[in-house]
Ligand binder design. Structure first.
Ligand SMILES: Nc1ncnc2c1ncn2[C@@H]1O[C@H](COP(=O)(O)OP(=O)(O)O)[C@@H](O)[C@H]1O
Ligand SMILES: [Mg+2]
Length: 239
């Protein structure tokens, strides 16, 4: 498959389409007053539907913080975060949670699976929470288990999975409801090279098929070519 070479500009070329995700002037300060860390420093970016953005940078550069703010898990010190038309920073906690469940898929680096649920149950949980546990959700869950190579492990619980298997279930779970915005933290850190390639290709494919705005943060430079665009963070700043 041929793709245009990744660009490095902070804005997509097509400025006419309203972005699914837009962060404007986002600064995040963490820690106590005496030991304050600027995890994000005036970050501005926009991601349109159907675009796969990769953000790379060294450890501690702010990659996970960027996703936490984009996903409404952390409120920035300054700036705005628009997802599917709503500014997450001005929503009440309750509405932010509802907006997140409806529009955002989040893949945590450590998967964050529920210890008591089997693989297939992990995938059905977001649909259950959103009140959309229907046949379409069950079919999609089965398709995604297959897509991440876990169909034969559908009944395993997290303690019966390897780190890589948990990571792939975490990814499949985020895709079940076809989110508007998909946020993915270091998806290949527990995977061997062949699996890492599969996951990067799956992200690219799902982004196109579902018209998702995908942001993947990673320090794995071997998978950056799967993205449409690559940005670099250093000390909380996009460079
Ligand atoms: N809860 C926290 N309290 C204080 N500093 C934090 C906290 N979480 C992260 N940081 C700091 O914020 C910076 C960015 O961290 P992070 O976003 O996790 O980077 P990355 O994902 O690129 O490794 C680092 O300097 C990190 O030490
Ligand atoms: Mg991180």
């Amino acid at each position: 498959m041929t793709r245009p070479a990744p660009t490095t500009s902070a804005e997509a070329d097509d400025a006419t389409a309203a972005p699914a995700l837009r962060m404007t002037g986002v600064t995040l300060r963490l820690g106590s007053d005496e030991q304050q860390v600027t995890a994000l420093d005036q970050v501005t970016l926009a991601v349109t539907a159907g675009e796969f953005l990769a953000v790379t940078g060294p450890s501690g550069s702010g990659k996970s913080s960027l996703l936490a703010v984009a996903g409404g898990l952390q409120t920035p010190t300054e700036g705005t975060v628009h997802v599917a038309g709503a500014d997450l920073t001005t929503l009440t906690e309750r509405r932010r949670t509802a907006h997140r469940r409806q529009h955002i898929g989040y893949v945590f680096q450590n998967a964050n699976l529920m210890a008591s649920l089997t693989a297939v149950e992990q995938l059905l949980l977001p649909a259950h929470l959103a009140g959309r546990l229907d046949n379409a959700a069950r079919t999609r869950a089965a398709e995604l288990l297959e897509a991440v190579g876990m169909a034969h492990r559908a009944d395993r619980r997290p303690h019966q999975m390897s780190g890589g298997e948990r990571q792939r279930i975490g990814l499949a779970r985020a895709l079940v409801l076809s989110p508007v915005v998909l946020l993915v933290d270091e998806p290949t850190s527990a995977l061997d090279r062949a699996r890492a390639r599969d996951v990067a290709d799956l992200l690219a494919e799902q982004t196109r098929k579902n018209n998702t705005a995908t942001v993947m943060v990673t320090h794995d430079t071997e998978i950056l070519d799967a993205a449409d665009r690559v940005l670099t963070l250093r000390d909380g700043r996009l460079i």
